[in-house]
Design a protein around this ligand. Sequence first.
Ligand SMILES: *Cc1c(COP(=O)(O)O)cnc(C)c1O
Length: 403
Amino acid sequence: MIPFSPPFVDEDVIKEVTDSLNSGWITTGPKVKALEEEVAAYTGVSNALCVNSMTSGLMLMLRWFGVEAGDEVIVPAYTYSATALAVMNIGGTPVMVDIEDDFSISVDKIREAINERTKVIVPVDIAGWPCDYDAINALVRDPEIVSLFSPSNEAQRKLGRIVVISDSAHSIGACYKGKKTGLLTDVTIFSFHAVKNVTTAEGGGICLNLPKPFDNQEVYDFLRVYSLNGQTKDAFTKTKAGGWRYDIIYQGLKINMPDICAAIGLVQLKKYNDDLLKERKRVFEHYNDIFSVYDWAILPPYENEERRSSCHIYPLRIKEITEEQRDEIIDHITEEGVSVNVHFVPMPMLTLFKNEGFDINDYPNTFKQYKGEISLPIYPQLTDREVSIVGDAVIKSYQKVVC
Ligand SMILES: *Cc1c(COP(=O)(O)O)cnc(C)c1O
């Protein structure tokens, strides 16, 4: 069986984790600090904060912006549910909008959805393909849109407009007009979950890129305390001589990342650009070569003059098939010994969101992309031979079901 997305663990990763174990310090400490510095250096932001997941990182940033009951947060209907669950879990209301053919959130649909209650937009870089950030950033600065914004706390007054927090769970290392994710929006949040391009087993990385008059270092200092129960000293600092006394200054969250996890990501990120990401590109291009000769295959967005994917997922789409045919093709591919997936079942098709009143009929392009989508295995360890096996399995399975 060819697995779908095993984590990248080599001797260097094991050595770094062992180093944490042997050091006598396994939770938030020097390795988290080092990973944060590595994330900041890689993306080009001044400050990055690591937490225990992307989901909790999004909750943290929504809290920071003071999102509360009655506030609306615009998200795409086509994403992993965490994007909307984070909003609901802090008491806000997710507003779903449809996507474009390249999986990106539709900027026209965002404009239609904005009203006086809108506080945040969370675009999602599906599969590692960046959204149209120039258009989104221009939209939130459009005087007509700004005039609708009604700030209700200090952070909102200071920004004076809707904040853009990108769900970049898939897109570390992706580029848009020469800039990496991290620098493209006010706030960018990566996921370091086990299946993502860079992993800490579980984890998230928040890149702060807030415009003046915000001081990103000051925001970082606030978030660091807030993410540790609002406690003025973390456990590591308290171990230092005379460091026992602390205070609780906010009703914070407990979402800090342990050093033992940071150790994995630290090694991976150092190897990411010149090694792991290159290998993902190799696999992506190999699939492109295989499928480009078939007119039933829609290749995923990869690169153009403006954007470059981080190749997190290879979302192959098959033209003009039904959802049932897609599922049948997947069954055949699985029988061939290849694990595939679907990214994603649109949120309006899931029970929780249906019960909240969302209806997939309101998101026709989301459904259209979903019904023919099959995500193929893509990771650095996947050999060219394995890629060929996957390709053959997909082609054979398609022909069985459709021809
Ligand atoms: C994985 C993922 C998340 C959640 O990341 P966690 O680190 O597991 O919380 C959010 N959004 C998308 C699009 C994802 O794929």
